[in-house]
Design a protein around this ligand. Structure first.
Ligand code: FES
Length: 144
């Protein structure tokens, strides 16, 4: 295993789009069906209930978004159903990179996980993605 962090194409794009945004990177747009990759904007005005990651409408049905800061991937396997998982691949620790057709991809060695429950669809990972504590408040997806 190398210690080189995974740098996804999306991550590079997001970083390139967010000039000057040291702590907060805004997604610069996504093409249909693919996951946006971004870091979460910290929310301090939500009563301390957690960190607002995104809005429900920003997560494509069948897709998702990877939040590199908190290392969380949020999916919407069916319209109105939001799920959250650790974005850290249990194989060797890379961050997953995208969610397409309800499958979460780890770019390092090709593991695929279910966007519904995080279970392994294809190895080499032998364990699924751990659930993350996300909830929906209004149209906002909140971590923690
Ligand atoms: Fe994810 Fe190897 S680290 S498949």
């Amino acid at each position: 295993m190398t210690d080189t962090p995974a740098i996804s194409r999306r991550g590079v794009l997001a970083t390139g789009c967010a000039l000057g945004g040291a702590a907060v990177l805004a997604a610069c747009g996504s093409s249909g069906g693919e996951a946006a990759s971004t870091t979460a904007a910290s929310s301090t005005d939500a009563g301390g209930a957690g960190t607002v990651l995104a809005t429900v409408g920003s997560i494509p049905v069948g897709g998702g978004a990877v939040f590199e800061g908190p290392k969380v991937v949020v999916t919407q396997p069916q319209e109105g159903t939001i799920k959250g998982f650790s974005a850290v691949c249990p194989h060797q620790g890379c961050l997953v990179s995208e969610v397409v057709d309800n499958e979460i991809l780890c770019p390092c060695h090709g593991s695929l996980f279910s966007a519904e429950d995080g279970a392994v669809i294809q190895g080499p990972a032998t364990k699924g993605l751990a659930a993350a504590s996300v909830s929906v408040a209004g149209d906002e997806i909140v971590l923690g």
